[in-house]
Design a protein around this ligand. Structure first.
Ligand code: ATP
Ligand code: MG
Length: 139
């Protein structure tokens, strides 16, 4: 059993596809172990995306991530990190496979609807960034 952090980004919430995204997770056998809707401050967004702090898109990305509410979730399941990344599709939606969330709903490379942790270490950091142990359902 594995856990990963998923975020429905401000563009996904604005496009009214929260249910559509969650439906795809559930249809793939992924369970939701925690969930909440919040709006990040700039400081919180910069802390979350600290690995990208030297990238040219950092300021724009952190502005975008604070532009409206987001839905953060802990997803649970076998190989859920890879499974979620596959459902999401490539970062740039133009490169994403047909039938992926980003291919279907992204606006551009930045406004790409969803975030998903990319490894067990980043998943642990990202889950801890948003949730404490009491907020995550134990099986
Ligand atoms: P995420 O971390 O959000 O799941 P990812 O792992 O596919 O996405 P990263 O390389 O970690 O992609 O980039 C983080 C986010 O930064 C992307 O999802 C996207 O919103 C934004 N981003 C990435 N590359 C660019 C770029 N070249 N221009 C603008 N924004 C970008
Ligand atoms: Mg990433």
């Amino acid at each position: 059993m594995e856990r990963t952090l998923s975020i429905i980004k401000p563009d996904g919430v604005a496009k009214n596809v929260i249910g559509e995204v969650i439906k795809r997770f559930e249809a793939d056998g992924i369970q939701i172990a925690a969930m909440k809707m919040i709006q990040l401050t700039k400081t919180q967004a910069k802390g979350f995306y600290a690995v990208h702090k030297d990238r040219p898109f950092f300021d724009s990305l952190t502005d975008f991530m604070t532009s409206g509410p987001i839905v953060v979730m802990v997803l649970e399941g076998k190989n859920v990190i890879a499974k979620n990344r596959k459902l999401m599709g490539a970062t740039n939606f133009e490169d994403a496979e047909d039938g992926t969330i980003r291919k279907d709903y992204a606006t551009n490379i930045e406004k790409n609807v969803v975030h998903g942790s990319d490894a067990p270490e980043t998943a642990a950091f990202e889950i801890g960034y948003f949730f404490n142990a009491l907020e995550i359902q134990e099986k």
